[in-house]
Design a protein around this ligand. Sequence first.
Ligand code: NAD
Ligand code: IPM
Ligand code: MN
Length: 361
Amino acid sequence: MNRYRIAIIPGDGIGTEVVPEGLKVLEAAAGRFGFQIEPVAFPWGCEHYLQRGVMMPDDALETLRGFDAILLGAIGDPRVPDHVSLWGLLLRIRKAFDLYANVRPIRLLEGITSPLAGRRPEEVDILFVRENTEGEYSGIGGRVSVGTPDELAVQTTVFTHRATDRILRYAFDLARRRRRKLAHVTKSNAMQYTAVMWDEVAERVARDYPDVQVWKLHVDAAAYQMVLHPDRFDVMVGSNLFADILTDLGAALQGSLGLAASANLDPSRTSPSMFEPVHGSAPDIAGMGIANPMATIWTTSLLLEHLGKVEASRAVFDALCTVVRRGEVRTPDLGGGSNTEQVGDAVAAVILGRRGPAGCG
Ligand code: NAD
Ligand code: IPM
Ligand code: MN
């Protein structure tokens, strides 16, 4: 196939600013490698909610099913409660499409000064695999006696053997293609049911991967180790909430949330996978034109890889690395004075060979 239909959901805040740059880069890559991108934009999000009372139309999931992939910016607006906006769109899509593997590369790119003193790019290269469909995000719970002193709220964490087994296997498989080290994040000292089952499944799955070195660590210790010894990690895997938190920590190790990419994958390819930066809608800088689109651009490289466009994917990543390394075009989060559009233009120019050869060094 040489023509790919991509659903584009810019969403809210800086989502609407970074997605056009991601698309610009996707189109540059398609032009250079001789395939076509057919983007179809959907104006879903908080503005849609404020006007119509829903984050996306009733038939949104059906509509999205027909696409080869989804590119999403960010969801969230101070005028709408976050749990309403996120459960009405992003979390709904992840769950409905069973996008169970949320893959988040944490790499320090050459040219970025890590907030960790003295760390070099080769010392920060982690691939985080986040369970993306259940755990702390199962959405089961309730509240009673709301607004009274007797109020009670319950949010149930659900771990199934099926989802635990498949995410661990996914992570082990990735470790096999990398440095053969897998750290799995648990909290079985305190969570005697869910996390203990997680550990038992991890132990069983590990027997099928005798060539992969396993490191079991509690989530608190994982946070500590990621800061002091990021070089000890290769692939990391964790439950939904633990990995959510640790991947923002990972973004910090990379130098900015503006650099953190993510892919919500359905490895069975039954549904379209969804690609989005790790960051949110950043209301504090929305509308200023200074959001860093690099996370979204990196995300498009993951999208192309998923479509099997390996060369194009590599070219996008190389071009991104080149722009980062040269350091001339950077948004303020990375200490620069450029705007969002200039970053997209610079990466697209490298892809199209207009700004010298690309490379990740
Ligand atoms: P956030 O990621 O939006 O912002 C955190 C900080 O990082 C802010 O100071 C912001 O300016 C900065 N930042 C984030 N992305 C940046 C970029 N590309 N370039 C430069 N700076 C960047 O997190 P938050 O403030 O906790 O959340 C804001 C809203 O986004 C909330 O409504 C939240 O629920 C939502 N959210 C959505 C997603 C998503 O849609 N995937 C992810 C996280 C948060
Ligand atoms: C992320 C985000 C989402 C999550 C929020 C916005 C629901 O923080 O993708 O990391 O927690 O999954
Ligand atoms: Mn998050």
